[in-house]
Design a protein around this ligand. Structure first.
Ligand code: NAD
Ligand code: TYD
Length: 340
């Protein structure tokens, strides 16, 4: 089995590649990634010499390039993924998430292969109560969510029109190792360790459902092998937190583990202007994937959070190189000569 994993140099994609290589010996992975600011091959430094792994630098919209690659199936993680950036400039979101996905779908249509599209619970929009199910209306509120919803609709249309074996997954907020430190959890940990203010948007009472990235990867693995074409599967942690409570928990954990005072750490919290159109609450019903495929999250939140803080403490160099911009050199040094 040769799987084309797109966006594999990012947070979830790199965790997924590592998971597949260890869970399915003999599978081969081709990681197609454009290496935008969010792509970092250091995330995969431990597998780069694995003969079952290959990296190809490129855009998911580049049909000519992808047509020249041999693969049996696709898992599409590649995307512009940060809501705040989509508010500043939506164009790259439309280019990659919508136009790029359509380019990839064209190759899949010709190849007639299985296609798993990684989407987000954000396509459902915000709800004050209750849970979104797979058949809830798609009502995105941010340009990011709108671009993901558009790509979902294209995937659905290609399944209905051309019969491609496509499946969509919609997951809630992920946390864990290798998350780019623009996202809430790594940003809070890094700022706490460096004594910088920790920005909390608005009143901090927005709610997100948090899931460990490895649980997400295992769910995608199951969907990839056993999911039904044409279906959508929600993936969630059943673990809702107010942002402010999560930030306090993270700061207390960092303080405890580094011998700092909790009061000092909590004192870093700085309420800042709210994000435009900030969704109040995301919450999904992930019972379908449990019922049909027997999946459930395995990582308890407290354990997952402790391990995550520990990882960012132990891998300070990794995120410090991102913050300083040095990580951009890795590709040139490690791959420059090999790829020209
Ligand atoms: P990320 O920003 O960390 O990584 C995205 C990767 O895609 C990067 O390596 C980037 O270089 C690559 N990429 C961007 N544009 C590309 C293009 N045109 N062609 C090829 N590669 C390109 O994102 P992430 O957090 O790992 O998210 C991965 C996927 O999961 C996204 O589709 C996102 O919408 C979805 N998702 C994320 C979360 C979350 O909490 N992070 C939750 C649900 C769904
Ligand atoms: P984020 O990690 O950007 O994920 P998403 O917007 O996709 O849910 O943000 C998680 C929540 O944290 C979201 O409600 C916005 C909020 N937030 C802050 O309060 N401060 C920050 O510095 C960031 C990055 C996010």
């Amino acid at each position: 089995m040769k799987i084309l994993v797109t966006g594999g140099a990012g947070f979830i994609g790199s965790n997924f590649i590592r998971h597949i290589l260890s869970a399915h010996p003999g599978y081969r992975i081709i990681n197609l990634d454009k290496l935008t600011y969010a792509g970092n091959l250091e995330n995969l430094s431990d597998v780069e010499n694995n003969p079952d792994y290959r990296f190809v630098k490129g855009d998911i919209g580049d049909r000519g390039l992808i047509e020249g690659i041999e693969f049996d199936a696709v898992v599409n993680f590649a995307a512009e993924s940060h809501v705040d950036r989509s508010i500043i400039d939506a164009s790259p979101f439309l280019q990659t998430n919508v136009v790029g996905t359509q380019g990839l779908l064209e190759v899949v249509r010709k190849r007639n292969c299985r296609f798993v599209h990684i989407s987000t619970d954000e396509v459902y929009g915000s709800t004050p109560d209750g849970l979104f199910a797979e058949d809830s209306p798609v009502m995105p509120n941010s340009p990011y969510a709108a671009s993901k919803a558009s790509s979902d609709l294209l995937v659905r249309a290609y399944h209905e029109t051309y019969g491609i074996e496509a499946i969509i997954t919609r997951c809630s907020n992920n946390y864990g190792p290798f998350q780019f430190p623009e996202k809430l959890i790594p940003l809070v940990i890094a700022n706490a360790l460096e004594g910088r203010p920790v920005p909390v948007y608005g009143d901090g009472r927005n709610v997100r459902d948090w899931i460990h990235v490895l649980d997400h990867c295992k769910a995608v693995d199951l969907v990839f092998h056993r999911g039904r074409p044409g279906e959508v599967y929600n993936i969630g942690g059943n673990n809702e937190w107010l942002n402010i409570d999560l930030v306090r928990l993270l700061l207390s954990t960092v303080a405890r583990r580094t011998g700092k005072t909790e009061t000092g750490a909590l004192g870093l919290i700085t309420f800042v202007e709210d994000r435009a159109g900030h969704d109040r609450r995301y919450a999904i019903d992930a019972s379908k994937i449990g019922r049909e495929l027997g999946w459930r999250p395995e990582t308890g939140f407290e354990e997952g959070m402790e391990k995550t803080v520990e990882w960012y403490l132990a891998n300070r160099e990794w995120w410090a190189r991102i913050i300083s911009g040095q990580y951009r050199e890795y590709y040139k040094v490690q791959y420059g000569q090999r790829l020209g």
